[in-house]
Design a protein around this ligand. Sequence first.
Ligand code: CU
Length: 369
Amino acid sequence: MLHVNRRDVLKIGGALGAASAAAPVMVASASETDISGLPRVKQELVAPPFVPAHEQVASGGPKIVEVELTATEDKREIDDEGTMLNTLSFNGSIPGPLMICHEGDYIELTLKNPESNVFEHNIDFHASTGALGGGALTLVSPGEQVKLRWKATKAGTYIYHCAPGGTMIPFHVVSGMNGAVMVLPRDGLKDRHGNPLRYDRAYYIGEQDFYVPRDAEGNFIDYADHGEGMADMFDVMQTLTPTHVVLNGRVGALTGDNTMTANVGETVLFIHSQANRDSRPHLIGGHGDYVWEQGSFADPPAEGLETWFIRGGSAGAALYTFLQSGVYVYLSHNLIEAVQLGCLATVVVEGEWNHDLMTQVQPPTMMTA
Ligand code: CU
């Protein structure tokens, strides 16, 4: 039998409500597999939209994939109007970096909370199996670090997020503290007939809703630190109406010089996460050739979708082969959120234009009748 210590119980109580904290928690230990012989690989995490180097088809047997995240508390500009927000994040990026492993692998995370921080942080992996997704086992105060290992038993795309208990859960998540894990089938992605599906590049897009308080004149308030702005931010959060809905941490993070790119003929995997709110990804001028809308690679992908639905608290994946050159807009097809709140990215595609697929038969001219 394994006794969950008092701190764990308190944190479980904090996350789920006071009632559960009163009951002692006893956990029966299951038979453990000896994994001491498994190879270990360090995965260098990278800032989204880029994804870590990985194999699409696993070579060899299960591995222990070591990753490291640092809880970051800072302040950043989130739009082109100079709006400043005190943000929380993993490794300083919003969303946090994508981790990639294969079904049957283990993720071994070191989570660090620097002494300069003021908040406790932890991580809830939706891909993992166990109480609070690891939340109770990873709670670290400033100056602490912790190590968690979990087995990737479900293939798919899943979010992770900070969940330090009570109202700090939504506060940390809407301040930017979320990311995603992609657990690939060992033999790679497949269509509904079992034929292999491969990609030439992958992008990780994390959608983020922000709730920035305004002053009496309607201007966004620039608070000195997280604590000063917290009560006002809770008031805005309570309206369920975000002031910003952005892709990768700020308005314009994936446009202009930071656009995603591809070439005609390339197949691109787009992984899209939303830790808090529903979204409707759409690629203007293209499609979702194969879409795992709910993120599970155990399900056959839907084909030829125009728009797909990402439920709040999940990640999904869409595969598309670009057939035309040009600038594609990747957005949430709530067009108010896309155009007015910032939920929009671009993909610049180089290559030949296919006039069979689309051509301008007559350029704009004066109407004749
Ligand atoms: Cu946190």
